[in-house]
Design a protein. Structure first.
Lengths: 676, 585
């Protein structure tokens, strides 16, 4: 056969005559996105993704239908091609009704594959579950215990009865794995010879270290504290996260070959410049260790301390003298940790001063409940007006009585003082738990935000300095929950790996298709109650720092995991549509309009069809006709209303369906599912 | 011999031509000296029913807007040759300009001959070109003559006819080749193909036969929409006559050339006017375009080499062979030869079918032939090419009719729909009108057209409903460009044209809708407010009586008021008010 020469994206290719541009590109490792092409079927040309530019031609060509001709110069990635492809994907997605992932995963800052690991837990494969979790969270036993679990808040099981107990299931699997003879240990890639220094050994630093080590880099963590763990160790009380659990998880990371150096303070023991000099990349993950001041008269008195300082002291094994009466100011999780720790330190009257009501408190409701059980006295709708001292020591706290007014920017009703109404409490100690700040000491060359945190690009966590990245509480918006820090560390690790490999850092937020659901969509579901975590009684737990939770039983955990509704798409990993949709940023929301109806039907033998996910590529119709020689399926309706149905809408035709699955095999999305 | 001829195209019949025919027939009883006959559409739709009085072939009087009551006077006039009593219904000199300023080739017999009579057609040199071709020319010579003429596809794309014929001629097959006529005229507002088939079916058959001979086709298919029953009936009759006269079938006119002809009625999908979708439909499949290549000339109907031309294209062929390609090429511009038929509609005084040489300006067509704008209003724009075309604003009315010149404005020649708009037409509303059409008529195959036209329609709908958002114009532009680039067939690729041209020339109207919630043409109901002028209102209560929403109240002989909250903005009050008291704000 004659050989011809064509050029694709600058690459000269000699090829036999008679092939399409798409075929030639594929044979030469150049992927041209396509959704309606299949080499066994007649050319169709509907999806419009495979368009390319050909030098000298005005219009775009569909690579699937264009014969390669001698001398042809083809470009598959020009701005015009990308625009046509981008709009095509945005249009498809604007009418693709389905969930790529469950809301649990999408609302997890780290995008953990919740559905995936719940399934493994349900099947009894805890090690496999941990493998899945550790793709996103390297500290599952710890995070499973402390995470405020936004996954659960968004779990659709709430429309049936209650959300799944996702966080505790994560801890359950991780505990079992840690206790097993051969815990999960990931593969470390071949050494790259690149050195990464991480400043800070908290959840962000440890996570980044884990992923960068797995990528084959030499990783050193520097930490100012005596032991690794950061706020997980020094901020979270023992009764919520036993240090022994955290230590095991840190040890597992160390075993991968991560170097850990404690008691090293930047700017004191080693300069930032020196670290930079000795490393190919640096990650700043120093956390937010400074408590916000209470800002009322008397805050300088002896006996006024910050929540995180108090918790750190206790976690270091000290027992600060806090007296009998303690007021904790704040309504968040640190306030809860502080008040419950105060109880365990022997305080008899512990008050929580919070200017709004329980409903607005950012702390988890279970935490508030457990604190009340432990005897904490909540003074809702009060705010410190003045701390009154005697001989320089705290004696009383004067509280302004508040009421709720109009909603503020956050949507919560704004507390306003009730004029002239005050209350005074006798206290020995005032613990302020109203926020944390970052102290970027010794990092003078790093650009900071107006809040004093390290400024980093959200998409790749890069700072103003070449090769210097930042993650966790110390960046941008400041302190948040541990899994947020881990999520940022994941992005930073990916970016650092790319940076060290000389790849571009142009990351963007991935797009996922999401379906709107209503409570009535779940009306037929059987109700199965959420597993209740066994806990020690308040009387017992008040007395020491032992873990409050006792852990799920095996039966409890497996059954709980089985409650998962499996909202995410069965085909997510193989879906070509979502892969192409994430080749460049897309914004399908701008085309939001009428959508095809979303419903699942079982008309074909062993095939379940999800109408909402169908993108009308017609591959199933053509395969049924051309490959299976049946012709059972056909297009019905015109224009936007077009749908795939049995040919001529006749149920009779379906009788010819055998379980050949050919249609489901070629479906590029999750619209066709083979029933097991 | 005196003849009374009634125009009986669909338009004439709709206006009452059959009743007029009957009345004249009755009046003619026992007057055997006068013949009665019928003809097709002369193109002056605004004057139907039209009755012509001929002496032999000489037109004595053309009577317009004729009613049954005129029958007696018409017959009397034909009998006595005294036309004084029917001067009141004779065509005015002004209206005669509608015809006299045209150059008719494709429409040369329309409204003149009897479409059901092959003899009539033959008297006008009918089948002379076919005879000449079969007896004296090779297929290559025919193609050469068409090449000289410069004839280009009149269906819209304007592709050189000779090139397609030649490609089909060169294409090899073991089976047989097909010649197909696209009579699936789908553009709203275009009806020249229907008129040609209804008024001059033999010229289509003759043109097709010459084409079939040129490419070597043994079978001809006319794909005509089922909504054209009269055209189908007359074409069926013409085919029958042609067969009887050995103009179809085996060994045509003893030349050894054999060719059959069939009619296929389409179910009325706009996309089936796209040639590959038309082929799919002919094959009994769902009407969806195929990807090109292969082109129909390589693998078309039944995977055999096929050539597809539009009715108007074929209607020119016999004339070209009779008069020579050079005579055809002598008309027009450098890029566009011959004449073009337009369906002139909208706000013009005289609407109908017209045929003019290429190179005339839009202004000449609209003002000299169409007589300008009806009423006191100003012209605003003209829409060319229907839903695939674009609008051309009044400052570009000196653009000449030429494929390239029109394309440069953003519009297209198209199949010849020409809709004239005045100040009272909202350009956003017009774009929406066409997108409503294309979104509905999209076949649903390719993403860009199926979802893209739907999204365009949704965005336009929210703009005309006063719910446009900042950035909608840019969003439309982005979407339109991508759809032009990405759609599979001509329907989708050209669907953005009405949007893009209205944005190009009337961006301020879009802005007014979006930013000021104002429709400058006062057409978009959602943005109008109806108010009664107290000074002008006489309290006649008529508006209150006509208001379907009971939004108008007031005492007799006292000024009325409209409750804005109840008003549904139908405009009924404004239409019935005799004092001009209802103001639209």
């Amino acid at each position: 056969m004659d050989k011809i020469k064509i050029t694709i994206d600058g690459k000269e290719i000699f090829v036999e005559n008679g092939k399409t541009v798409l075929e030639v590109a594929a044979e030469n490792g150049i992927e041209i996105p396509n959704l309606c092409y299949n080499k066994n079927l007649k050319i169709y040309g509907a999806c419009g993704l495979c368009v390319v530019e050909i030098n000298g031609a005005q219009k775009l060509f569909r690579a699937c239908a264009t014969a390669a001709a001698d001398g042809m110069v083809i470009n598959t990635d020009t701005p015009r091609v990308k625009r046509a492809r981008k709009v095509a994907l945005e249009l498809i997605m604007s009418d693709h009704v389905g969930d790529c992932k469950g809301p649990c995963s999408l609302n997890c800052p780290a995008h953990t594959d919740v559905q995936g690991y719940l399934k493994q837990i349900a099947l009894g494969n805890d090690k496999k579950a941990v493998e899945i979790i550790k793709k996103k969270i390297p500290l599952p036993a710890s995070i499973g215990r402390v995470c405020p679990h936004p996954c659960e808040a968004n779990c659709r099981r709430k429309f049936v009865e209650e959300p799944l107990s996702i966080a505790y299931l994560k801890a359950f699997a991780a505990d079992n794995d840690l206790a097993s003879p051969e815990p999960y240990k990931p593969e470390v890639a071949k050494a790259t010879g690149k050195r990464v220094s991480i400043i800070g050994g908290g959840p962000a630093g440890l996570s980044a270290a884990y992923y960068l080590r797995l990528a084959g880099h030499t990783v050193t963590i520097y930490d100012a504290m005596p032991e690794m763990g950061g706020m997980l160790r020094y901020g979270i009380p023992e009764y919520r996260l036993p240090k022994s659990v955290l230590a095991k998880e840190i040890k597992a990371i160390e075993k991968l070959g991560v170097l850990m150096k404690n008691n090293v303070s930047i700017g004191k023991d080693i300069s930032f410049e020196e670290i930079r000099k000795n490393s190919d990349a640096v990650l700043i993950a120093i956390g937010a260790w400074k408590g916000s001041s209470i800002r009322c008269p008397g805050e300088e008195l002896e006996g006024v301390l910050s929540g995180i300082d108090f918790l750190r002291e206790v976690n270091l094994g000290k027992r600060p003298d806090i007296g009998k009466n303690v007021a904790v100011v704040g309504g968040g999780n640190t306030a809860m940790d502080a008040c419950r720790t105060a109880v365990r330190c022997g305080a008899e009257n512990v008050y929580v001063i919070y200017r709004r009501t329980r409903a607005e408190a950012p702390a988890e409701d279970a935490e508030i409940e457990e604190a009340i059980e432990e005897g904490v006295n909540f003074k809702f709708l009060t705010n410190p007006a003045e701390i009154i001292g005697e001989n320089g020591k705290v004696k009383e706290i004067k509280l302004q009585i508040m009421e709720l007014g109009e909603p503020d920017d956050s949507g919560r009703r704004k507390p306003v003082p009730v004029e002239g109404k005050f209350e005074t409490l006798e206290v020995d100690t005032v613990i302020s738990a109203i926020g944390q700040k970052c102290s970027a000491f010794g990092l003078d060359s790093v650009e900071l935000t107006k809040w004093g945190t390290v400024a980093a690009n959200e998409n790749n966590m890069l700072t103003n300095l070449e090769g210097v990245f930042a993650a966790g509480d110390a960046t941008n918006n400041g302190a948040s929950i541990a899994v947020d820090a881990i999520a940022e560390a994941n992005i930073a690790a990916k970016a650092i790996d790319a940076y060290l490999s000389g790849l571009p850092l142009e990351f963007f937020k991935p797009y996922y298709s999401e379906k709107e659901v209503k409570e009535k969509d779940f009306s037929g579901k059987e109700k199965i109650q959420r597993a209740v975590m066994p806990v020690r009684t308040p009387e017992k737990r008040k007395k020491n720092f032992n873990s409050v939770i006792l852990g799920f039983s095996e039966e409890q955990a497996r059954n709980e995991a089985k409650r998962c509704l499996e909202c995410g798409c069965h085909d997510f990993k193989d879906c070509r549509l979502i892969r192409y949709a994430n080749l460049q940023p897309i914004v399908p929301e701008k085309f939001k309009g009428q959508e095809h109806k979303s419903f699942v039907e079982r008309k074909l033998v062993t095939i379940e069809r999800d109408q909402g996910k169908c993108i009308l590529c017609n591959l199933c119709v053509r395969t049924c006709k051309e490959e299976a020689q049946k012709g059972i399926l056909g297009l019905v309706g015109r224009g936007f209303e077009t749908v795939i149905k049995p040919e001529f809408e006749s149920p009779e035709t379906v009788r010819f369906c055998k379980d050949c699955h050919k249609c489901a095999d070629v479906c590029p999305t999750g619209a066709l599912k083979i029933l097991e | 011999m005196m003849r009374i001829v009634i125009g009986e195209g669909s338009c004439g019949i709709a206006a009452g031509a059959l009743k007029v025919h009957k009345a004249i027939e009755n009046a003619l009883e026992n007057k055997s000296k006068i013949e009665i006959g019928k003809t097709g559409c002369i193109g002056m739709c605004f004057l139907e029913p039209i009755v012509d009085i001929y002496d032999g072939k000489k037109l004595l009087r053309r009577l317009v807007r004729v009613s049954e009551e005129d029958a007696g006077a018409i017959v009397e006039a034909a009998e006595t040759e005294d036309f004084s009593k029917i001067e009141n219904i004779a065509i005015s000199e002004e209206d005669e300009e509608f015809l006299s300023r045209q150059t008719r080739i494709a429409l040369r017999h329309c409204g003149i001959i009897d479409p059901t009579s092959i003899e009539d057609y033959r008297e006008e040199d009918g089948y002379k070109a076919l005879k000449k071709v079969l007896e004296t020319m090779t297929p290559e010579e025919v193609i050469e003559e068409i090449k000289i003429s410069g004839l280009a596809g009149r269906g819209g794309a304007g592709f050189p006819t000779w090139f397609k014929w030649n490609a089909a001629r060169q294409s090899k097959t073991e089976g047989k080749k097909y010649l197909i006529c696209n009579a699936d005229e789908g553009d709203p507002g275009a009806f020249m193909d229907r008129a040609v088939i209804e008024s001059d079916p033999h010229s289509l058959i003759e043109g097709m036969l010459i084409g079939a001979y040129a490419i070597g086709a043994e079978e001809m298919i006319v794909y005509v929409r089922a909504e054209y029953p009269l055209a189908i009936k007359r074409l069926e009759k013409a085919i029958e006559q042609a067969r009887e006269n050995n103009l179809l079938g085996k060994n045509i006119l003893g030349s050894g050339f054999s060719c059959e002809m069939i009619i296929k009625a389409g179910a009325g999908a706009f996309v089936c006017g796209e040639e590959t979708a038309l082929i799919e439909s002919l094959e009994g499949k769902r009407g969806m375009p195929r990807i090109k290549p292969p082109f129909p000339a390589q693998r078309g109907y039944m995977d055999e080499p096929s050539n597809i031309n539009n009715v108007e294209t074929f209607a020119n062929v016999a004339w070209i062979l009779n008069n020579g390609g050079a005579a055809f090429a002598a008309m027009g511009t450098e890029n566009s030869k011959g004449t073009k038929v337009f369906a002139l509609t909208g706000k013009v005084k005289r609407s109908g079918l017209i045929e003019v040489p290429m190179g005339k300006t839009l202004r000449e067509v609209i003002f000299d032939i169409g007589g300008g704008i009806r009423g006191e209003k100003e012209i605003k724009a003209v829409q060319l090419g229907g839903p695939s075309g674009g609008c051309i604003p009044k400052n570009l009315l000196d653009t000449v009719i030429d494929y390239r010149a029109l394309a440069e404005t953003g519009a297209i020649m198209g199949s010849g729909g020409m809709v004239v708009m005045d100040e009272s037409t909202c350009m956003v509303g017009m774009a929406k009108f066409f997108l409503d059409f294309t979104a509905l008529e999209s076949c649903g195959k390719c993403v860009h057209c199926r979802i893209g036209t739907k999204r365009m329609q949704e965005i336009l709908t929210r703009i005309v409903n006063g719910k446009g958002r900042e950035g909608d114009i840019e969003l439309l532009e982005e979407l339109c460009e991508a759809v032009k680039d990405g759609a599979l067939c001509g329907l989708g690729q050209t669907a953005p044209n009405p949007v893009l041209t209205t944005i190009k020339y009337f961006r301020n109207e879009y802005n007014a809708h979006i930013n000021e919630h104002r429709c400058p043409a006062k057409e978009c109901a959602a943005m109008l407010t109806y108010k009664i002028d107290e000074e002008k209102c006489r309290g006649c209560t008529l508006c209150a009586k006509k208001c379907p929403a009971k939004a108008i109240s007031g005492e007799v002989k006292k000024p009325h008021i409209i409750d804005e909250n109840l008003c549904v903005k139908c405009g009924a009050c404004s239409k019935v008010c005799r004092f001009g008291a209802v103001k639209i704000l």
